[in-house]
Design a binder for this molecule. Structure first.
Ligand code: ACO
Length: 285
């Protein structure tokens, strides 16, 4: 698929099936202007329909994930036009929350440099996050006279525990990549020099899986987090189970059973983890 030229976002297809999507305003530390939000929406429109793309990695050019909302263009620039501000704000959070949250492909945030304020929304909206140990995080809104709004607080509630979430929202204190892993914001922390190759390895590991199953698993997990009681959960999962068995183009369930029971050729739980030194998921390495 030919990639559209976007003013503030780059899409690079490198690695078989990986789309590397970056905010491309390194001179502004990848702060998110209204144009960034428009371009990101366009990028996700394109990648959703692109059959070759299986995994999307979101990052920032120049070694900075994002300095959050653009205080000049997105905040001051829209201050005097309430209607325009309202319309733009819908776009600000739609791609980062609605779109990412429901995106039918694997999404990974690759975090280096700074991850500030509004950047937490797309960090948490991704299925996975891999961070450099050196990356710096801050929910800085409290220091700008605003609340972590535009879905940021909602995203934080989703990912962080009560004490930690309250602490970092209310203090704006800075923390680094290793702490982000402890807080549940990232899956792994690696030295900055290893960030890209380790992200690529992880993306390749996810691509080797049955994508229909991976995406159904994600849909179910996210739907359950939105809130269902026990009976609704059982019913929903049963329906999804049947749907997946009926629609999986690889027929993974029956193939797997036949390989395990009849052919005795398949024991997935015994497969080695592709990155042995990352075998402690959730720990810094
Ligand atoms: N909005 C608009 N412009 C920004 C932003 C931002 N969020 N962050 C950085 N920039 C611009 C700076 O104004 C500067 O532009 P200029 O060269 O035209 O003067 C350029 O990016 C470089 O910024 P520096 O501060 O010189 O870069 P440095 O590497 O020293 O610091 C840092 C980076 C720590 C990210 C710093 O710029 C900063 O604190 N930015 C604000 C971060 C923030 O609090 N964001 C949250 C906003 S609120 C929200 O997202 C809901």
């Amino acid at each position: 698929m030919t990639t559209k030229e976007l003013e503030t976002v780059r899409i690079v297809r490198e690695g078989d099936g990986i789309a590397w999507v970056s905010i491309n305003r390194p001179e502004k530390r990848n702060a998110m202007s209204p144009q960034v939000h428009r371009d990101m929406s366009a990028a996700f429109d394109e990648l959703e329909l692109d059959a070759e793309t299986k995994v999307v990695v979101i990052h920032g050019e120049g070694g900075v994930f994002s300095a959050g909302q653009d205080l000049k263009d997105s905040f001051r620039g829209l201050e005097n036009d309430a209607t325009e501000r309202y319309l733009q704000e819908q776009k600000f959070w739609k791609w980062r929350w609605e779109r990412l949250w429901n995106f039918p492909k694997v999404t990974i945030a690759m975090v280096d440099g700074w991850c500030v304020g509004g950047a937490f929304t797309h960090l948490i909206g991704c299925d996975f996050a891999i961070t450099s140990e050196e990356a710096q995080y801050s929910l800085s809104e409290v220091n700008w006279g605003i609340i972590p709004g535009g879905m940021v607080s909602r995203a934080v509630v989703e990912a962080m525990g009560y004490r930690d979430g309250m602490y970092y929202c209310m203090t704006g204190e800075r923390f680094h990549g290793r702490r982000a892993v402890e807080l549940g914001l990232a899956n792994f922390a690696v030295p900055a020099a290893d960030l890209r190759p380790r992200t690529q390895e992880f993306a390749e590991m996810m691509m080797a899986k049955n994508q229909a199953v991976v995406n159904a698993t994600k849909q179910v997990y996210r739907a359950l987090r939105r809130g269902m009681d026990f009976d609704q959960s059982l019913d929903y999962m049963a329906a999804k189970f049947v749907q997946l068995k009926a629609t999986d183009p690889q027929n993974g369930y029956r193939t797997g059973l036949s390989q395990f029971i009849d052919e005795k050729s398949y024991r997935p739980a015994h497969e080695p983890y592709p990155n042995p030194d990352q075998s402690q998921a959730g720990q810094s390495v």
